[in-house]
Design a protein around this ligand. Sequence first.
Ligand code: C5P
Length: 322
Amino acid sequence: NGLLGEVWDDEMSSSMLGTRMKKVVQNYQAMNKYGVELSGPGGVSGTPKLSGPELLCQLKDKVEVATLTPDLQPFSLLPWATQLPPQQLTSDLGPYKSCAVVSSAGSLRYSGLGKEIDSHEAVLRFNAAPTTGYEKDVGSKTTIRLINSQVMASDDHRFLSSSLYSSGVLVAWDPAPFSADLTKWFNRTDYPIFTQYQRYRRLHPLQPFYILHPRLEWQIWQRIQDNMAEPIQKNPPSSGMLGTVLMMSLCEVVHVYEFLPSRRKTELCHYYQRFYDAACTLGAYHPLLYEKNLVKRMNQGSDRDIYTNGRVTLPGFRKLNC
Ligand code: C5P
């Protein structure tokens, strides 16, 4: 291991962060905007550390990638419910043989991973991440784009008009109350996901566009918390974590790029923006640090793959023998 530099340590803790970041994380750990209720052993000591295969089976068993359909209340009572896809995303898409999940991390810059990423049957990208001008490093294929409600609502992303969003399948999500009660969420979304969804659908009626069931956020959150030794932020997981689990339910093999930083690790936030902040990689609002611990423990590839290519290998749920 001597020639190999440091790769992500699966016991990363907020105590290993710098003073400023530690404070930010602690503040979020103390806040409970979404009404998280701790159940069971809930992380804090006592719970045995599960192996990678055990964690994978737990995830497969306890997490369901569901999307909103027109029959669900309160949407079924609203005229625009017919704009929602009638079937689940998981019954409309895949199964794919191999999939790439492209984090938007700054360490993708100068990676030369574009060809490798595009060689996958399906490629998932996030939010406003572009391919034009960055093909060498991130490829050009986009099968699915997972977007958060903040991107959908903000003026600078021009969500309704930018061509960035008009190819591939769109999937949107918004931080919901921990109860995942659809009516409570509908009345109190973080950003106006539903008005933006209706507007987008009217402008692009033929593009497939799903909304994640908010249960998924908190099911994944619970898997993270139950397997960590300290309290994590009581906020939903990052788009990166949601997208990784989404692809695990559609694909036989999932390669996640630069979620666990390679030797190119940098404070550059996104590969497509000149903005530097370590919180993009380590998390502030999202329990990103702990998401990365979990992914490191589930990784079936080598540390060298992480170090040189920023690449993690995860099995699809279908392929798992639990
Ligand atoms: O910033 P954004 O959410 O659009 O990025 C997509 C995902 O990529 C994040 O949710 C996070 O999981 C991952 N990411 C990362 N390190 C960065 C930037 C993004 O792990 N520096």
